[in-house]
Design a protein around this ligand. Structure first.
Ligand code: UD1
Length: 430
């Protein structure tokens, strides 16, 4: 598996451009199954997770043509084969569960392995199944697999106990072809859901209210093909802003939608970083010396994203003072703490809370990436640390960041990629 060797202590400078959003792209690829016409998606980032989702669709009999250089994906689902995508792919990535709603909407019986326990918590799918059951789907769990079928979905009132992103997406997609109206309450409001709804509406769906906690979907008899451009990745954007601040650098991040990052921008400003919108889609992030410790609590959008908590914690490990980081979305999302502490951070975890006592410096060390965003946190810590950091199991990073190390090098970072162990599949994180 690849490793990264990071020579720390160099302030990053320059401009960098954000790619299309992974978390918007994955459900939109699944949404292509709702039609038998062609869907063309632009701005598709070249990521392991995108390739896994493409393989899942191909396993269902869809014809997929992906040009990585142009970020262009063309999907022709056709009639679809019996709906049991390869089990190893589905269990590798939780987001492959997003094919459930579209397949049931097309009345395909479907068999999917339950996304098992994974690195950042148990992550059940009960909310997906509850919503789809209310719409007339029938499920049984057999040998660790969900088997679902329906003779036709019907619109229903669905209330989510928690605003799950994936459940919101599955239910919206299923409801587009259901008979009648679905009203989804306590829906997740993430920008990726708005992007999905925009794509669905361009296919002929009638989805209203995406981005609010009540989404109304009027079922239609069929959907057509479309051409859709993916929104910029707010998590990649946030990671790049944090890379600038943690190194005491000065970077302009382009192709960013500041509205999607209000909670991070507010926290960075509160910590004393210089944050400046230098255009409608460009933000400058800089820091003169150490930032101040600030407290943090992850929440569903528009609260602070759990996907930026590990990277922000790396910054807090080097900030002046003590900060409390509370993780409310996932029950086990502090696996990056071990690596940070081995670099000299002082972080103590008590349940869902971490107390971070900021240190004036970290020291490079060999560290193992625990999951996707944890890998990003250790990479940022390595960029800021004194000496060399060896980041192992770096394949986690390629699930969600395209050529990140090359782009950081273009900002002045010293990073070398070394291919070491044979490549292995990496299990899902986020
Ligand atoms: C999505 C994102 C991920 C992000 C997460 C939260 C994608 C591909 N992934 O993941 O990057 O970290 O949102 O913002 O978009 N839950 C249940 N029952 C369910 C579903 C979820 O209890 O049926 C719980 C989960 O265990 C977790 C919490 O709800 O504790 C949030 O999960 P959810 O919002 O569903 O996250 P994902 O859609 O998996």
């Amino acid at each position: 598996m690849d490793q990264l060797l990071i020579q720390g202590g160099i302030p990053l400078r320059g401009k960098v451009r954000v790619n299309g959003s992974k978390n918007a792209c994955l459900p939109i690829i699944a949404a292509a199954l709702l039609t038998n016409e062609n869907t063309i998606i632009e701005g598709v980032p070249d990521l392991l997770d995108v390739r896994t989702m493409i393989a899942v669709l191909e396993g269902l009999g869809a014809a997929v043509d992906y040009c990585q250089e142009q970020g262009l994906l063309r999907i022709a689902p056709g009639e679809l084969s019996p709906a049991a995508p390869p089990a190893d792919l589905v269990s590798r990535m939780r987001a492959s569960f997003l094919v459930l709603g579209p397949l049931l909407a097309r009345k395909k019986p479907v068999r999917l392995p339950l996304p098992g326990g994974c690195a950042i918590g148990t992550r059940p799918v009960d909310l997906h199944l509850k919503g789809l059951t209310a719409m007339g789907a029938q499920f049984s769990i057999i040998n660790g697999c969900v088997e679902g079928h329906t003779t036709g979905l019907q619109g229903a009132g669905v209330y989510l106990d928690f605003p799950s992103v994936g459940a919101t997406e599955n239910i919206i997609m299923a409801a587009t072809l259901a008979r009648g109206t679905t009203i989804l309450d306590n829906a997740a409001t993430e920008p990726e859901i708005v992007d999905l709804a925009n794509c669905l509406n361009s296919m002929g769906a009638q989805v209203v209210g995406a981005g609010t906690s009540r989404v109304r979907i009027e079922g239609v008899p069929g959907l057509g093909g479309t051409r859709h451009t993916i929104i910029p990745d707010r998590i990649e954007a946030g990671t790049l802003l944090l890379a600038s601040v943690i190194t005491g650098g000065d970077v302009i991040v382009e192709n960013i939608l500041p509205d999607h990052l209000k909670s991070l921008l507010a926290k960075l400003t509160e910590a004393g970083a210089i944050i400046e919108e230098v255009g409608p889609t460009a933000v400058r992030a800089a820091a003169n010396g150490r930032t101040d410790a600030v407290d943090l609590k992850t929440m569903p959008y528009p609260g602070f994203s759990t996907d930026l908590q590990p990277q922000f914690m790396a910054l807090m490990a080097l900030s002046d003072g003590t900060s409390t980081v509370i993780e409310t979305v996932f029950e086990n999302r502090f696996r990056h703490v071990e690596g940070l502490n081995s670099m000299g951070a002082q972080i103590q975890v008590e349940g869902r809370q971490a107390i971070v006592q900021g240190r004036p410096y970290l020291t490079g060390a060999p560290v193992v990436a625990p999951d996707l965003r944890g890998a990003a946190a250790l990479l940022l810590a390595g960029l800021a640390a004194q000496g060399e950091t060896e980041l192992l199991s770096v394949r986690h990073l390629w699930r969600g960041y395209s050529r990140l190390e090359e782009r950081l090098v273009s900002l002045g970072a010293q990073i070398k990629r070394i291919a070491k162990e044979p490549e292995q599949a990496v299990r899902t994180g986020s």
